[in-house]
Design a protein around this ligand. Structure first.
Ligand SMILES: *Cc1c(COP(=O)(O)O)cnc(C)c1O
Length: 405
């Protein structure tokens, strides 16, 4: 453009156009983001933010990581899609890598999907192949929004407008072994658990409870399936959160961090008996396992390993806990969670006000509960970047108080 006619569209205008062109399920977006690098993103007005949410535990390598950019670019130049009539070296490589990192025994298997919800759907179908239909999940659980997965999600506001959903699902209180024992019997197909309940507010289950769930399901011949969509891929300081507790599930669901931002999920079955439950023709996906997504996954896993990010997630998580505690700010409770999946409890402040104040100060955090903010930063974040946020936190809380609605 020339002659003084050049003008950039402002963020406010883009947001207006978003509202006029989208189904409103997400409400109004907070920002129009134009690019990212490492743990930082920029909006279309040129403002910079430290991204402490990473697309809800998705951008494990941060934004524009050179290894991921190179792998996706190379793969795009070679092959993007082939259908499941065929396979690719990227697909085989990614499946083998996941099984190795999960310490899965011989005869284990991977089914690739395109999202977390689809991974949970695959788990539901897997469980039906036991010949049983009852499913036990937890109060507070989030397992996705499709009409199958939605039945397992606990929040009534998500479920009730869409009932009737699939039947025979019960939700029991997390951490209560007696309630679990009472709910599980020979008619139970699967017990589905998040090792850390993410959307419920970052609430870790303790090892004893997970071990009890393993025992109870084994006794009655039900599947123990762990939803590691948010907790997997190094996020909690182990490749998969169940590895902290020495519990081996019958299956687990993955997505979020697996592709570092490229959509890919997986159902992973442990051992030949569970793997054999789904026979040829009983499930499928057009895009699932495509070489673009699988090369991204392979690169994410390789890079997390070569950069030592799993151990670092554990260390940086502890660093964050200590740094927030050292503020001795009465408006903050003790940080909960595992590794780099964390929530900071708030006292006397609404999380939405704190999130808005944090954004004004150049930080992206998430209001995971009315009284807590979630941090799930890229695994490549540095201690200095985390400290930058913690140092700013008291003034963010001051601002949130001043401008509370
Ligand atoms: C995000 C999430 C899902 C749903 O994943 P989508 O990719 O949004 O379909 C399911 N379970 C858990 C634990 C999640 O965090």
């Amino acid at each position: 453009m020339s002659g003084g006619q050049e003008r950039t569209t402002s963020q406010a205008e883009w947001l207006e156009r978003y509202g006029a062109s989208h189904i409103g399920v997400f409400g109004a977006p907070g920002l129009v983001i134009s690019r990212g690098e490492g743990c930082w993103v920029w909006d279309v007005d040129g403002r910079r933010y430290l991204d402490l949410v990473s697309g809800i535990a998705v951008n494990a390598l941060g934004h524009s990581h050179p290894e991921l950019v190179a792998a996706i670019s190379k793969q795009a130049g070679e092959l993007v899609h082939v259908s499941n009539f065929f396979t690719t070296t990227a697909q085989v490589g990614a499946a083998e890598r996941i099984l190795a990192l999960a310490d899965a025994p011989a005869g284990s298997g991977v089914f690739f999907t395109n999202s977390g919800t689809e991974s949970v759907e695959a788990a539901i179908k897997l469980s039906r192949r036991t010949g049983r239909s009852r499913i036990v999940a937890l109060e507070g659980a989030f397992h996705g929004r499709s009409t199958g997965a939605l039945a397992l999600t606990h929040k009534a506001a998500y479920r009730e407008p869409f009932e009737p959903l699939i039947p025979h699902v019960v939700h029991v209180p997390p951490g209560d072994v007696a309630a679990l024992r009472a709910a599980v019997d020979e008619r139970t197909a699967m017990v589905l658990l998040e090792p850390v309940q993410g959307e419920a507010g970052v609430l870790p289950l303790d090892g004893d409870y997970l071990r009890a769930a393993r025992e109870v399901t084994r006794e009655v011949g039900a599947l123990l399936v762990l939803d590691e969509i948010q907790t997997g891929i190094g996020r909690t300081g182990a490749w998969f959160a169940h590895q902290h507790h020495g519990v081996v599930p019958d299956a687990m669901t993955l997505a979020k961090g697996l592709g570092g931002g490229v959509p890919i999920g997986a159902l992973v079955t442990f051992g030949p008996e569970t793997t054999a439950l789904l026979a040829p023709g009983q499930h499928g996906s057009t895009f699932g396992g495509n070489p673009l997504a699988c090369s991204a996954a392979l690169t994410v896993l390789d890079t997390i390993e070569s950069e030592g990010l799993v151990t670092r997630a554990g260390e940086l998580g502890e660093h964050l806990v200590a740094a927030v505690a050292a503020l001795e700010d009465p408006r903050l409770g003790p940080v909960r969670g595992l590794g780099l999946l964390r929530a900071i409890p708030l006292r006397g402040l609404a999380s939405t006000d704190v999130v808005a104040a944090a954004r004004r100060a150049g930080f992206i955090v998430n209001p995971v509960a009315p009284d807590a903010i979630r941090l799930a930063p890229p695994l490549v974040i540095t201690a200095a970047e985390l400290d930058g946020f913690v140092t700013a936190l008291p003034s963010i809380l001051d601002d949130a108080t001043r401008s509370s609605s």
